[in-house]
Design a binder for this molecule. Sequence first.
Ligand code: SAM
Length: 230
Amino acid sequence: HLSQRLKLVADFVPQGARLADIGSDHAYLPAYLLLNQRIEFAIAGEVVKGPFENAQQEVLKHHLTGSLEARLADGLAAIEETDQIDVITICGMGGSLISQILDAHPEKLVGVKRLILQPNVGESELRTWLVQHHFEIMTERMLTEDNQFYEIIVAEPTILPVAYNHRELTFGPELIMHQGPVFQAKWQGEIDRLSQVIVHMQEAKQPPLRKIKEFQAQLQLIQEVLTDDN
Ligand code: SAM
């Protein structure tokens, strides 16, 4: 019973990987990958006791002891050198929290060949962190499930830092290039939302002019991106 969202994340985990899934909750993602012989070994990191126990249950249920280890730890502290982790997944959290988790233990990222991240919000902040820490965005995907939009960012270490502009950081360098129907729907929704907010503000007794200007600029940026045929 893996969600479409986590299935899409799973698609980007290379065959034979040694995976750390941080904030794993039920450990559905690593369990699925192991049961399908897609990876060699995984740890499921959790900082909260309840979800950690969920992960432990999943290990027992599928007889994955030895290949899937649930660990109670804060972020990347779950990773030990002897694990030889080469892929990290962090899914279902805000981009800001994902950046904080990555930022807290740079030594744990040595030897990691790929990050697969699925921020619920704050994608632009996460992309900024990746660029600043010499990661390149290889692929991005977007999907809707249960009336929610999700973005998946696949990043790999790079020697030469990549410079993304403001648009690429906001909309995603890969997503903006291949604007699909889901991309259009998400940002059209954002246009509708911003337009409503602006109308409300303009109707106020003392319209907050600076805020209105700021929102109008955001709105215009989105409209430009959506009408660009690139
Ligand atoms: N990754 C799963 C998914 O995408 O369906 C579960 C997502 S769940 C919404 C987020 C999980 O991240 C929670 O179980 C929470 O306890 C865990 N979490 C939050 N901060 C964490 C941290 N610093 N280290 C490890 N886990 C964390």
